[in-house]
Ligand binder design. Sequence first.
Ligand code: ADP
Ligand code: MG
Length: 725
Amino acid sequence: MKTQQAPDAILARFREVTQLPGVGKYRTEVLHGIGIHTVEDLLYYFPRRYLDRSTIVPMTRLDEHIDKTVTVIGRVTGIVTLGRGRKRLVVTLRDLVGSMDLVFFQGLQYWQKAFTQDETLAVSGVVAMYGRRPNMVHPSIDRLQDEETLEFINTGGIVPVYPSGAELERVGLNRHHGFRRLMHTALQHGLEGIVDPFASDDGAALRARQSLVPLRDAVLHIHRPPSLEQLEQARRRLVFDEFFALLLGIALQRRARAATERGISFRSESPSARALVSSLPFDLTASQRRVLREIAADMARPEPMNRLLQGDVGSGKTVVALLSMLVAVDNGYQCALMVPTEVLAEQHFRTIRALLGNTPVPVCLRVGQQAAAARASIDAAIASGEAAIVVGTHALIEDAVSFNRLGLAVIDEQHRFGVMQRAALRHKGLMPDVLVMSATPIPRTLTMTLYGELDVSVIDELPAGRKNIQTAIRFEEDRAKVHEFIRAEATRGRQAYIVFPLVTESEKIDLKAASTEHARLSSEVFREFSVELLHGQMQAREKEAVMNRFKSGRTQILVSTTVIEVGVDVPNATVMLIEHAERFGLAQLHQLRGRIGRGTEQGYCILMTDRAMLYGSAPNDEERAARSNARRRLETLRDTLDGFRIAEEDFAIRGPGDLWGTAQSGFPPLRIADLLRDGDLLRAARDEAFALVARDPHLRDPAHALLRDMYGARLRLAADASETA
Ligand code: ADP
Ligand code: MG
């Protein structure tokens, strides 16, 4: 097959940006500072947004857009500071038909200097009416130069706006005009040097399948869109490429690992597992049975298993993990179950011991707080291989713990562990199988990228007979009623959790809130019941005792910090009261709510918050955004029980940036793709990348040389992976 290899001399990725006309020493320095070294880097510096003539609203029609975000273009005709005490800056803007005000409360010193009489601005913000006069509070501003304003207004073009900053402005690269001119030069001199990796027959077929425009068109149109439609086409192509590069890397890595790593090939036949299934007080759900088959099949393969087991809170992952461990045990191997907290380790240990009842499988618990002597004898049992199933916290990865024959490592609530800790547990064995479990539902798009190296099994149903949980938002003035409700439930023999958030960085201070409240609740409000306190700073033994009393029903009300967030399983508990609910993240709230509704009784989740926090007016934009996000979180939780919907909403509110430790996981930043919006393209790119690697595992086909070079260079993954293969 022919490849369209362009001569190196003109490849944009080999051309220094400093070789472009108009880019001197200073600009080069500043461009290097933002990671632009080559002409290709520059061409891949995409506009932050676009001004589109067709979306611009004339000022006389602003009253039709109240509370909506719109863009207007106008000339500055007045700049005044008003008010005594709390001052505000009012900038009057006029277009051909009317006028309006821009209002600033914050950062007056900066804004007072930011405007010049008669300059032309494109302004985007939320429209409000002050009497009959439209205004926008703290809008975002783009300054337009006269010539381009004319061009823009006359031609109705779509104008790109580039990300900018003080440094760039200093060298004349403001976010529109200066940058646009530079980009124009780059396109003139560099576009020919952009080589389409999908230019071979193969690539053309892929492009046709996925309806992708040629790369050069995409790069040109993302910077100079002739129409909104072509802009969208350009974006599609670039998003696809970005995902494809990422997933090609993942596909090559997985392929390489499968080819080199020899793990354990377990016999699936397991008498202990079969015995356990028949002794369970319930039938496994169809989902549980399906994921067990997937896991068993994977364990039977000679390559090490690397699997993520996802299942909403209460879906019954523990028993699936235990059955998988029994397969390994019957093959003569040891298993480790690592969990994030001692409370949870303790609980799993007890559950497992109870389930295994009178079978001879030895189970032990290994946590940090055990007495030295006990620890030494447990470590000896682990080292000799006598301990078949070891349940523990990250204490399991301490040097002192060494397994004789670790065959399967299970990690529960895996999002609480870092990549390194997972790797450390794996290295306690010789290529053991690894099963990581997560109750935090993760949007499919994220699992595909973030956890692309894992196979995924999903438990997508809850055991039958679970009552829906009712969720309500309540305020301070409802407190007496809320307490009455808890009293009624406790009187009926049910139990309740009352949870306090991590308010400050210091656990000591947080504890004070929980313990003061515990004192009040136990001595005044719920005097007739047993009310206990649980927090992270208690000794393991105390924690265990408190949990046991709650589990056995001797304690009716458990006041707690978030130590009970994950995993805790007390089916008789029906009420979850969350104090300062607005301070919790959505995933965390969902986890907390998952502590109830685990039995056959109706569960109730009460989100206690401050009415003003949620619905009051905010003093500034930042606070307003924070409150509206908090409201969205609580209302989402109130309105749905579906973990996957909650995860997607969480994702939408927070953005992928700080989600599930994406930063620490080495997840490459996406320049243009949006994991939420572009899910379909991600799936398409994944299918194409995996199919390609299946056909040509080392990208040796000359038709794939460009892919190997370009994506390999961008990701530095492909080359490594195919070397090790
Ligand atoms: P999670 O997936 O959140 O870790 P658990 O494994 O703690 O959930 O299970 C929640 C509860 O459901 C436990 O009390 C467990 O015994 C019970 N359970 C698990 N599977 C089933 C089933 N198939 N039918 C009924 N109850 C089940
Ligand atoms: Mg669990």
